[in-house]
Ligand binder design. Structure first.
Ligand code: SF4
Ligand code: SF4
Length: 673
């Protein structure tokens, strides 16, 4: 006989379950319109994959999951998409959210279903994918995507798989009727889940107030590796942590997960959905919902399509709106009031409770806390509810977290026993929502801060490196000058020579030496082309660093500018050599054009070189350009040119020096290869 454990606290509210188990599950049929919210689960909302006007088939994917913690949405029946817009959804806040609206055609025309009767022949990854693609999320609580829960980390060992058939909340009987009528599918679903996560044991836990359901499960599980465990009824035994403690004696640590103690829990409806998805290829498009309360004439359980307006479902149970004081989704303990009866049934709608005022009176006004301690005695999570209440009132969120607010399962047991009628659980819900919002805001600002600091670091590092290189070059130039002076030869120092040339040019200008010579024009053309190339290269590097789309276009611009610069340099070189050549030799009619042709020819020749030759050639060329640029800079400084010209030349020298370093590294690599 298996040992059953108990958990701290708990209460015994009136069960009120008998009203809704007097008749079998009723198929609600197809309503004229279905409204499918894109978010019916914990995690990111799905993204519509259909458009208004599209015809959809039953079971067709109409919204794709977004990210790992998300599930797709399917058309619960065939019809036409008439809107994708915000509609009221069943949520405690009573807000609207994006929904896909389908006008049904009554044809119930299915997509082709991929069946897998022999699931054991399948890879486990494939099985998980089927569960994910079927849109299965927890059908009893917050709606956590099942595939995420079943994705067990390789280092984690699961001892026990628990199928939760507790259904401890008053009034709700959806799982009880599922056990009575579909016990075979529950057991088969449990076996599939067992095959997937390979636990040591598979347990189905059920409270002893469901004898018919337990008997049906025992019959279905006979001779199979699934154990049915019956235990005393107490609210809230269905809480995941409480059920684990009842069946295994293990306590999930504060802030921890069931897998921390080697357990995975799945809801009973989810087990059936897994069986339907894997074996019959059916996505999750309907569920069993209890409709009960004194405002309905025929309470019972209904198989209802997801997206069915609650009003349509209530009418099938003989709803009398005039008698109903408020419409509750879920039970009286953990449920919430829905804004109106037009909101749709979603995957987590286990019950619609339509009580009369007499049956579930509006709570009287709250009185002051008398510190009786009854709430702490009732709390199944061993919290101090009155303490949490003080902190929640004072918005002391840090203290709430320190007192384990997030271990609160919102069962409402504390509010139920409070003699002062303080709606304690409402305070906890509001505080949790506020803390979560603050966490999201904090994460966002942290993210922005980290990005800003990384950018500042990058800029400062680049500036430092520039400064270091500048200083190194200055020192190298000074050394060269000193060496030249020591050797006594002006011609050995190109910088000194450049300075002299600049002085001469300046003197000629000052003496009004006439109009600009051809040589000066060509020199200017080279400087101007070089500046343009530098600017274009800087832009390209910036775009590459940012991963911009403009990289391709900027690269083309750099290539063209470089060709022009090469042409200008060649033209200048030719002019200089012709000027130094035999007297009377005429310069070429179009020096630039000739130079372009030469540059092209040089490029063609370069293509036939070996990688080493190319690298060496590139290094030589860059070294020459650097030398020339340094000379030009010295010349410009000596001539007292404008600051912006000097700055441009400095930038050119700096970039060329970096390129020379790079070309040297490239050559080393080629030679080392
Ligand atoms: S049960 Fe109510 S009155 Fe008693 S200590 Fe808790 S909050 Fe205060
Ligand atoms: S609602 Fe939270 S604090 Fe109150 S009894 Fe339940 S778990 Fe404890």
């Amino acid at each position: 006989m298996r040992k059953i454990f108990d958990f701290h606290g708990g209460i015994h509210p009136p069960e009120n379950k008998h009203q809704s188990v007097v008749r079998p599950i009723v198929d609600t049929g197809v309503p004229p319109e279905l409204t499918i919210p894109l978010s019916q689960h914990i995690g990111a909302p799905a993204i519509p994959s259909v458009n208004v006007g599209d015809h959809v088939l039953k079971g067709q994917v109409i919204a794709e999951p977004r990210g790992f913690v998300s599930v797709p949405k399917h058309a619960p029946s065939s019809g036409t998409v008439t809107a994708i817009e915000d509609r009221l959804i069943p949520h405690p806040s009573g807000h609207s959210a994006p929904c896909i609206v389908i006008a049904t055609d009554g044809g119930e025309e299915w997509i082709d279903l991929a069946t897998n009767p022999d699931y054991r022949a399948m890879d486990k990854g494939q099985l998980l994918e089927i569960i994910r693609c079927a849109g299965i999320a927890g059908m009893g609580g917050a709606g956590f995507p099942s595939a995420v829960k079943l994705s067990i980390q390789p280092h984690v060992t699961i001892d026990t798989l628990i199928i939760n058939g507790t259904e401890c909340e008053p009034y709700i009987t959806a799982d009880d009727m599922l056990m009575r009528e579909r016990a075979d599918r529950i057991v088969a679903g449990a076996e599939i889940l067992g095959y997937l996560i390979e636990p040591r044991e598979i347990l189905i836990g059920v409270e002893d107030n469901k004898p018919e359901g337990i008997a049906a499960l025992r019959t279905a599980a006979a001779g199979r590796d699934v154990e049915i465990i019956e235990f005393p009824t107490k609210y809230p035994s269905g809480g995941e942590k409480q059920l684990i403690e009842i069946l295994t004696g293990k306590q999930v640590p504060s802030g921890g997960l069931p897998s921390d103690v080697g357990v995975v829990c799945q809801n009973m409806g989810s087990a059936v959905a897994v069986y339907d998805a894997v074996v019959h290829g059916r996505p999750l498009i309907s569920r069993i919902t209890t409709v009960t309360g004194d405002s309905v004439a025929d309470p019972g359980n209904f198989e209802v399509l997801i997206g069915t307006p609650m009003r349509y479902l209530l009418e099938r149970a003989g709803y009398d709106r005039a008698r109903n004081n408020r419409l509750i989704m879920g039970g009286p303990m953990m449920g919430f009031t829905v804004p109106d009866d037009s909101v749709p049934v979603v995957k987590t709608t286990n019950c619609l409770l339509a009580p009369t005022e007499k049956e579930l009176p509006t709570p009287p006004p709250a009185q002051a806390c008398i510190r009786c301690g009854m709430c702490a005695e009732a709390c199944p999570a061993s919290l101090l509810p009155q303490q949490l209440f003080w902190f929640a009132q004072g918005k002391e969120y840090e203290k709430l977290e320190q007192h384990n607010l997030f271990d609160c399962i919102e069962c409402g047991a504390c509010s139920y026993v409070c003699p002062s009628h303080i709606p304690l659980v409402q305070y906890y819900r509001a505080s949790k929502a506020e803390i979560q919002q603050q966490r999201r805001d904090h994460e966002k600002s942290e993210h922005s801060r980290v990005r800003f600091e990384a950018r500042q670091d990058r800029l400062e590092r680049a500036e430092r490196e520039k400064e270091e290189k500048r200083a190194a070059r200055k020192k190298a130039a000074e050394n060269r000058a000193k060496e030249a002076a020591a050797s006594g030869g002006d011609e050995a120092d190109p910088i000194q020579a450049a300075i002299e040339r600049a002085k001469a040019r300046k003197a000629a200008q000052q003496a009004g030496a006439g109009s600009e010579s051809e040589l000066e024009k060509l020199e200017k053309a080279v400087v101007s082309a070089r500046k343009r190339l530098d600017t274009a290269t800087a832009k390209l590097e910036e775009a590459q660093a940012e991963g911009s789309d403009l990289v391709g276009a900027l690269q083309t611009g750099v290539d063209k500018t470089r060709t022009r610069l090469e042409a200008a340099e060649l033209a200048l070189a030719e002019h200089q050599s012709s000027a130094a050549g035999p007297a009377g030799e005429a310069p070429p009619a179009d020096a630039a054009q000739a130079a372009i042709e030469k540059a092209m020819a040089a490029r063609v020749a370069q293509e036939s070189q070996s990688p080493q030759e190319k690298a060496q050639g590139n290094l030589d060329k860059l070294a020459q350009r650097l030398e020339k640029s340094e000379a030009k800079l010295a010349e410009s400084r000596a001539a007292g040119d404008e600051a912006k010209i000097i700055e441009a030349l400095e930038a050119t020298v700096e970039r060329l020096a970096a390129k020379v370093d790079e070309a040297r590294r490239a050559l080393d690599e080629v030679e080392g290869a």
